[in-house]
Design a protein around this ligand. Structure first.
Ligand code: 1PR
Length: 558
């Protein structure tokens, strides 16, 4: 690319900026990496995709001299685009593990969303932009949905009012973008916001970009419900990696050949679903529990190729656990996850290993006896309390600590077990909408591992609460009974779990018609709905699901 078509990228090595690189290249621009503070000052256009935690990012920027160079670059009003943490770092300070001082370019503080009032945190998903200032960057994007994933947000105030170019409301009003002269920054991810995001990025990258003003229109902003396409991937009997789809997790044909069903090629299908309007695409490496994913290199290649074509979030799961290979080399689950992230995943999903981690966590319950101080007033009063201890060592905890909980999904694979009464089991039950085969009125949802092969002594409710504590940022809630049946999501299960946690829940398994999507959003607190079979078999297009949801009054990105 000519120097006019080259942009400078500040990647300070704290995390994965592969998606930003892919998007810039997809738009026809080359990338020059910042190696020293001088490279910042010499840049014609600088993209700064902040990743990781606020404090550790500032530590790196301060110790390398890049913080001063950034302040000077911004003071000179040189073209700058900050993304996500790249917006937050411009502010005075953040409360993330702090207070921690920021670059101090914009007055104001960065705070955590308040989950104490039932708000789901992290804020993950698509919000429509509410534009408050005329800017070239956001021209034509008013009212369009863009993709956010963050737990902290910059607060609007009188002191920073002039900087704000758009706000969103999520519990509180927060700053979704700033614009002042040539200095632009966005809290959302343009590289993951489909066509709208790519066109915002392209405007900034184009040589004729200026902070010039254009008319804007105001539009209300609300978090949209997401529609996710899921690709269960495994090798077939010929050794080819294929997208398959099971009936209640059985992916083999019911013919005499018993072949693994082949519904298409992973990258082709993922690209098609992106074009069709999927808000996210998930790959589940369904034999990851027995085939080590770092030995399964085709899967990493699939991810690399998909991330060059899919500009909405990509999740990958399967096989994330500690592993020792045949040569005795040990790989930590963090290394496995890091390889997935490096290959283009925005989020990773943990199944079996999260179940073991949750079981171990719940077993650490400690009893404490409280003796009353005033024995005369409360002679017999003793309180017994139970709390669990985190070791910090599980794959879930480690990956969430390094990459942030917004990057860690826990996939739950439960099976319905009917009982006559809630007292029959030590797990949370629900009164079921349709009675069991022997007239049972209740059920609990027993978790499984290894793709549904082994049942474990823990319920979906208990698992969801435990993994939230351990650092999961989102729950992918499958249901083995409903998988591939096309009879709708298990509303009882989705309601129970989505009411129990404050992180987003993705309802999965059983979608067979557009009405199933509106039903799950109307009757439960699910943040997203995932389907596989109906999309693979081309029975229901993603657009038809979105149009139906719009008609049903559910906000979606169209
Ligand atoms: O345990 O960390 O290695 O992760 C394994 C992952 O692979 C888990 O997320 C687990 O859900 C998934 N998995 C394992 N075996 C299967 C299988 O089908 N035999 N697939 C499997 C799970 C279920 C959904 C499916 C929905 C929607 N697939 O993801 O896509 O049920 O389907 P539908 O719309 O057709 O009803 P680890």
């Amino acid at each position: 690319a000519s120097s006019e078509n080259t942009v400078t990228l500040l990647d300070y090595g704290a995390g994965n900026v592969r998606s930003v690189r892919n998007a810039i290249r997809h738009l026809g621009f080359g990338i020059r990496d910042v190696r020293s503070p001088e490279d910042i000052l010499a840049a014609d256009r600088l993209v700064f995709p902040g990743v990781g935690a606020f404090g550790s990012a500032m530590d790196v920027l301060n110790s390398t001299g890049m913080a001063d160079a950034l302040r000077e670059y911004v003071q000179r009003d040189r073209p700058f685009l900050g993304i996500c943490l790249g917006l937050q770092l411009l502010f005075d300070s953040s409360e993330e593990n702090g207070p921690v001082s920021g670059l101090g370019v914009i007055p104001g503080v960065v705070r955590r969303f308040d989950s104490s009032k039932g708000l789901i945190v992290p804020h993950i998903g698509w919000n429509a932009l509410e534009i408050t200032k005329d800017t070239q960057l956001l021209q034509g994007a008013d009212g369009h949905h863009v993709y956010f994933v963050h737990s902290y947000h910059a607060l609007p105030s009188d002191a920073n009012r002039d900087w704000i170019s758009s706000i969103c409301n999520y519990g509180d009003s927060f700053i979704s973008s700033i614009s002042m002269g040539n200095i632009q920054a966005v809290q959302f991810h343009p590289e993951k916001s489909g066509d709208t995001g790519l066109s915002i990025l392209k405007k900034f990258l184009s040589a004729n970009f200026s902070g010039a003003k254009v008319p804007a229109r105001r539009k209300a902003s609300k978090l949209a419900k997401r529609v996710i396409a899921c690709l269960d991937v495994r090798s077939n009997d010929n050794g080819d990696l294929v997208v398959t789809k099971g009936d209640q997790y059985d992916v083999r044909d019911h013919t005499s050949s018993k072949e693994v069903r082949n519904l298409g090629k992973p990258v082709d299908l993922a690209s098609q679903y992106y074009i069709d309007g999927a808000d996210e695409v998930s790959f589940l490496n369904i034999t990851g529990f027995r085939d080590f994913p770092l030995g399964d290199l085709p899967m990493l290649e699939v991810l690399r190729c998909a991330s060059e074509k899919v500009f909405v979030p990509l999740t990958v799961g399967g096989g994330i656990r500690d592993f020792t290979d045949a040569n005795g080399r040990y790989y930590s689950s963090l290394e496995v996850a890091s390889e997935y992230f490096r290959s283009g995943a925005d989020k990773i999903s943990i199944g079996s290993d999260a179940v073991y981690a949750a079981e171990a966590f719940l077993q650490t319950g400690v009893c404490i006896l409280f003796f009353p101080l005033n024995v005369q007033l409360f002679p017999h009063y003793i309180v017994i309390s139970l709390y669990q201890v985190k070791t910090g060592k599980s794959s879930l905890e480690q990956i969430s600590r390094v990459y942030g909980n917004q990057a860690v999904v826990v996939s739950i694979d439960p099976r319905r077990v009917y009982v006559n009464s809630p007292e029959d089991v030590p797990f949370k039950t629900v009164k079921v909408s349709s009675k069991g085969p022997s007239g049972e009125e209740y059920a609990w949802y027993q978790c499984t591992v290894s793709g549904g092969r082994d049942s474990r002594p823990i319920g979906a409710y208990e698992l969801a609460k435990a993994v939230e504590e351990l650092g999961a940022g989102e729950i992918l809630l499958n249901c083995i009974d409903c998988d591939g049946q096309g009879c709708g999501f298990d509303i009882d299960l989705v309601k129970m779990v989505s009411d129990a946690v404050t992180i987003p829940v993705i309802a999965s398994s059983g979608a067979g018609a557009v009405e199933h999507f509106s039903e799950v959003f109307e009757k439960t607190n699910a943040s997203a709905a995932l389907a596989a079979g109906i999309f693979h078999r081309k029975e229901v297009p993603i657009l038809a699901v979105k149009e139906h949801l719009v008609d049903a009054g559910v906000e979606v990105r169209v």
